[in-house]
Design a protein around this ligand. Structure first.
Ligand code: IFM
Length: 789
């Protein structure tokens, strides 16, 4: 086994290592973001494990996904139905740092050495050279993992080598509150997770066996416990000098250097049970303090008893499996290779996997957007999981299912007699958007959820999920549309939806947003089709379900009428789709007169100024056209791209990937590649200048979509997949795997050739351009020459 002391990466290994040396163009805050680790439940920023003035983090943070603090939103001018409470992702205590001293002299860094993360292993590594004023020198190696095999646990492993002395070392180790989000008052995207004033310490303990801090959170009333335990390889003495003050528990250990070394591991366990989004709040009744302490101790000591190496192995086994199933290899551009792996890793490290938590727009890597979940999950992120880790896709959808009760009461509050209205941004399931024009007004979130169910079902054929949760989710969300819109006598009795905001947040509160209307139409026709399928699959069960949901034939007929009469704006002269009823009448934005430093516009112009102009923050009609798939004529798609692309600022990171997908679909491969480049490097190159407060998970997943659904042209059809591969001319090769229709297939593209290979499953039907093929266990491989122009 390689230890860090003798770690010399091979060329193959280097492709998996993201080191500080490669990131000299980035600030410390961005590096901390990129070096974050997580497992979907727990996440921590890649900040130093040694406490000193020189290693002060720019933004400290350890987060518990799904747990949150609930705070009243203060409005000076409120109105009926405004969101009343914000949710803030739980920022837990920092257990990563230690300090070392010898004979009362503190070691201070004189060379910060190197930090890196190993993408394959999902581990963080740091080497620091330290010395005392009197000249004693040590080298400290830190390895950190947020365990994939134990959702509540982080492990920090420390190796100390004495360079020029021997004797004893004193290790000071802490559990410490972190409260360090630098707020920029003007930027709504930077969250602030500091909740120290909401936490009251109810108990603390420090023993040689383990220690903890337990806090009570005022709202929602709940407990959070952070427990640690140390394991020394050499004999150590626990010093009876531990102290608790100002939300910091400090412990000291004295240990003799043996063969000039001290090695130890610190196990940290985080628990914060809350009501979460469960349909059955009884299940999550407040856990009593004693029970929580017992649970924390047991879980912590169980992990500790396995020891560091065993834990590392269990963690690596899961990471190996993840990469075996999901890796994308790119030949011809090392930066793209590294970036796509970084993106995929952060997605898997951030996504909740138990139906109780989702994936935040910033993952588990920073305070941005207060850790909220948006439609990003369904339109941009779930596609990646559907084809690589379908169970995760399912659990993200289950999270929404578990939020149905709250979504239904929100619909009632918003004046709808029936159905569910999902919140624009949330953790607990309640609406947390305090700016309704670009928040609650984005009703399209309902369609996004149904669209994700549709894609998941098509790719997985998972009937159990559909019966248990999916159908209800699709039906309850569909029910909202009839009362949101109306058959408009002044518009040929077509179905119109007024006063909503589409994905483009530089245009708000408009009538007949093309995207919203198209997605509502897809949603309702899928709901009708799904009910037909359920009926065909099991008539009596379907009847029971429809009875339970009180869904009548009359209601279904209304849905069909809406589908038939949905108004989709169209401008015949130019053959384009207006973004909404008023968009084309607005004044064009003066792009030539807008200097570069005025972007993003949202930080430099009042929303009303922006809303009055023809300017887009992000893809709107273009996204609709991509999701509409082959229901829209390619000429209309091309015309829309030509019209909207020049007036889109891409101030949202959700935009570039959508344009790449649209250009791939319409055959402009160079533009598709350029927009891909812009997407895949969003965080690695800090392209939006805000990665210091968290990665952009939608863009990360978007970069995977650009490759698979863009360059390879993957589309899922009923019972087969279709591909229209086009290897970017800048690359020599591309390989990726997909899970779909009960199989796993691998696509290998090289110049002039594609190989489809069935890796598991009985048989797989595919269409390569217009030609149909079948991969079987007996003939699992298909090679096809591709004409290159
Ligand atoms: O959901 C997005 C939105 O579409 C644009 N602003 C940022 C949000 C979170 O990523």
């Amino acid at each position: 086994m390689k230890t860090l002391n003798n770690y010399l990466a091979t060329d193959e290994e280097k492709q998996w290592i993201l080191s500080q040396d490669q990131l000299t163009h980035l600030s410390e805050g961005v590096i901390e973001t990129l070096f974050s680790l997580g497992n979907g439940t727990l996440g921590t920023r890649g900040t130093s494990g040694y406490e000193s003035d020189l290693t002060q983090p720019e933004c400290e943070g350890t987060y518990i996904n799904g747990s949150y603090s609930r705070e009243t939103i203060e409005y000076d001018e409120s109105a009926y139905g405004f969101a009343q409470f914000n949710n803030k992702m739980m920022q837990a205590f920092n257990t990563k740092t230690i300090k070392i001293s010898s004979e009362n002299e503190i070691f201070k860094p004189y060379n910060l050495g190197k930090r890196h993360i190993n993408l394959h292993q999902a581990t963080y590594h740091e080497v620091i050279q330290l010395h005392t004023d009197s000249g004693k020198k040590i080298v400290l190696h830190i390895t950190r993992l947020v365990c994939q095999h134990q959702q509540n646990t982080m492990i920090n492993h420390y190796q100390i080598e004495a360079v020029n002395f021997t004797g004893k070392l004193r290790i000071t180790s802490s559990i410490k509150a972190s409260d360090s989000t630098n707020q920029n008052g003007n930027d709504p995207r930077i969250g602030n997770l500091s909740i120290l004033d909401k936490l009251k310490c109810v108990e603390s303990l420090s023993t040689p066996e383990y220690s903890f801090l337990m806090h009570q959170l005022s709202a929602p009333k709940s407990l959070m416990i952070v427990a640690t335990s140390h394991q020394f390889e050499q004999h150590s003495n626990y010093m009876n000098t531990s102290s608790y003050s100002k939300n910091t528990l400090t412990e000291q250990f004295e240990v003799a250097l043996a063969d000039k070394r001290v090695t130890f591991t610190k196990y940290s366990l985080y628990l914060c049970p809350q009501t979460l989004t469960s349909a059955n709040p009884q299940q999550h009744a407040q856990v009593c303090e004693q029970a929580l302490i017992t649970q924390a101790r047991e879980e912590l000591l169980c992990v500790k008893n396995l020891g560091y190496q065993e834990n590392l192995q269990l963690h690596q086994q899961l990471m190996n499996k993840f990469w075996q199933d999901s890796d994308v290899t790119i030949e011809g551009n090392d930066q793209h290779q590294l970036a796509i792996r970084l993106n995929m890793l952060h997605l898997t490290m951030s996504a909740g996997k138990d139906g109780q938590r989702n994936i935040a727009a910033k993952g588990l890597t920073g305070p941005g957007y207060d850790g909220h979940y948006f439609w990003d999950s369904e339109i941009y992120i779930i596609p990646y999981f559907i084809y690589t880790q379908p169970n995760v896709a399912k659990s993200l959808l289950s999270y929404r299912f578990n939020g149905l009760a709250k979504a239904k009461s929100r619909a009632t509050e918003m004046g709808h007699q029936q159905g569910a209205l999902f919140p624009w941004r949330t953790i607990s399931g309640e609406e947390c958007s305090s700016f309704f024009p670009a928040g609650t007004a984005q009703y399209h979130i309902n369609a996004a959820i149904a669209y994700a169910v549709r894609q998941y079902f098509k790719a997985s054929d998972d009937w159990q999920f559909i019966w248990d949760e999916g159908a209800e989710l699709v039906i309850e969300t569909a029910r909202l549309w009839p009362s949101l819109g109306h058959f408009n006598k002044n518009n040929d009795n077509q179905f119109c939806i007024d006063t909503v905001t589409g994905p483009d947040e530089y245009t708000a509160l408009v009538n007949n947003n093309y995207y919203t209307n198209s997605m509502a139409k897809i949603h309702l026709s899928f709901a009708i089709e799904l009910i037909d399928k359920l009926r065909a699959n099991d008539e009596s069960r379907c009847k029971l379900l429809l009875t339970k949901l009180k869904l009548s034939v009359e209601e279904l007929n209304v849905w069909q009428e809406i589908v038939d009469k949905m108004y989709l704006p169209h401008q015949a002269e130019k053959n384009i789709s207006p973004q909404d009823d008023s968009f084309l009448d607005k004044k064009p934005w003066d792009f030539h007169g807008t200097p570069k430093d005025k972007y993003p516009l949202l930080l430099n112009f009042h929303p009303l100024v922006i809303y009055r102009h023809q300017v887009l923050k992000q893809a709107d009609v273009i996204l609709a056209n991509f999701l509409q798939d082959d229901e829209v004529d390619i000429h209309l798609k091309r015309n829309n791209l030509a019209f909207y692309e020049p007036i889109t600022t891409h101030d949202s990171t959700l935009s570039a990937c959508t344009h790449s997908l649209a250009y791939s679909e319409t055959g402009n491969h160079q533009a598709a590649f350029d927009y891909f480049d812009n997407t895949v490097l969003t965080d690695l190159n800090n392209l939006h200048n805000n990665s210091h407060y968290g990665v952009h998970t939608a863009a990360m997943s978007g970069s995977w979509m650009c490759i698979t659904q863009g360059f390879a042209g993957l589309r899922i059809r009923d019972n087969y997949a279709s591909f229209q591969p086009n290897l970017p001319k800048q690359w020599q090769g591309l390989r990726f795997k997909l899970k779909l229709l009960g199989c796993q297939v691998q696509l290998t593209l090289s110049r002039g050739q594609i190989t489809y290979q069935l890796l598991s499953g009985k048989q797989f039907s595919l269409k390569h351009y217009q030609q149909e093929y079948l991969l079987t266990e007996l003939e699992p491989t298909l090679q096809i020459a591709i004409d290159e122009d």
